[in-house]
Design a protein around this ligand. Structure first.
Ligand code: DC
Length: 242
């Protein structure tokens, strides 16, 4: 099986480092990397810009004008464009680069409400459908191993303690000039965990055949060594050293 390309589905909780890990694996295997969370973030950004998400209230923490959003989705295009030869790509909404905006706390606070809407999931699934015929794909998200690629050859389910995740995310936000208190970051993570695991359509759940990776106490090189062993033993695949 050494030369055949596989599908790798990586799911898990928010800020467990799924994207960084998936990106590295894709680069080291010369595979395509697809960040499905970026698509949900792009739709959230689109809804915010059009004023279809109202102010939170006691009764409704995220009021959404679903009729306008449903109609609006007919007119949008969300795409990824490579940034260079290293396999990285950025997200575009109707031709505009929105990569920085979709990582803001404003979008993070609303994306789980938008991604719980069945018509939004259908729209994103339509985009992801194009990749179903591809081989050599690493895709990360919440429902990749259960709904998008249920027959993926390798499924990983990532988790880490909420405090460690909040600390990592806090540092990333600081470095990006997006300061938030660690309490706010932790609150957002816990809210998203709850929403993502409790929604009706395609909730975040570990697929029966997914391998658990708790990286609370693991460095990135340790995680790469771990996956390297699995790829070699199960699939005869070798990752590039760089
Ligand atoms: O991976 P992320 O934090 O960028 O994802 C943002 C949100 O999108 C997350 O809170 C849940 C949602 N999401 C989803 O519902 N299904 C996916 N496959 C990917 C993300």
């Amino acid at each position: 099986m050494g030369n055949s390309k596989i599908i790798i589905a990586i799911d898990g909780y928010s800020s467990t480092g799924k994207s960084s890990f998936a990106k590295l694996i894709a680069r080291k295997l010369d595979y395509i990397y697809i960040d499905t969370g970026a698509l949900y973030r792009a739709v959230t950004c689109f809804a915010c810009r059009n004023g279809w998400i109202g102010e939170p209230s006691e009764e409704n923490p995220c009021p959404i004008d679903t009729d306008s959003l449903r109609e609006g989705l007919r007119k949008i295009s969300v795409t990824f464009r490579p940034t260079g030869p290293d396999g990285k790509s950025e997200t575009y909404l109707n031709g505009e680069n929105i990569e920085t905006q979709i990582r803001s706390m404003e979008i993070s606070a609303k994306v789980s409400y938008i991604s719980a809407l069945p018509f939004v999931r259908k729209f994103i699934d339509g985009i992801l459908h194009a990749y179903r015929k591809e081989r050599g794909v690493v895709m990360d998200g919440r429902d990749i191993g259960t709904a998008v690629f249920p027959d993926a050859e390798l499924k990983i389910f990532m988790t880490a303690s909420p405090h460690i995740r909040a600390e990592r995310r806090y540092k990333e936000l600081q470095a990006a000039g997006n300061p938030q208190s660690i309490e706010q970051v932790l609150k957002n993570l816990e809210e998203r965990d709850y929403m993502d695991t409790h929604r009706e359509t395609a909730p975040l759940i570990r697929a029966e055949d997914a391998i658990l990776l708790d990286n609370s106490q693991m460095t990135i090189p340790e995680q790469l060594q771990w996956i390297g062993g699995i790829l070699r033993e199960r699939f005869g695949l070798e990752m590039k050293a760089d």
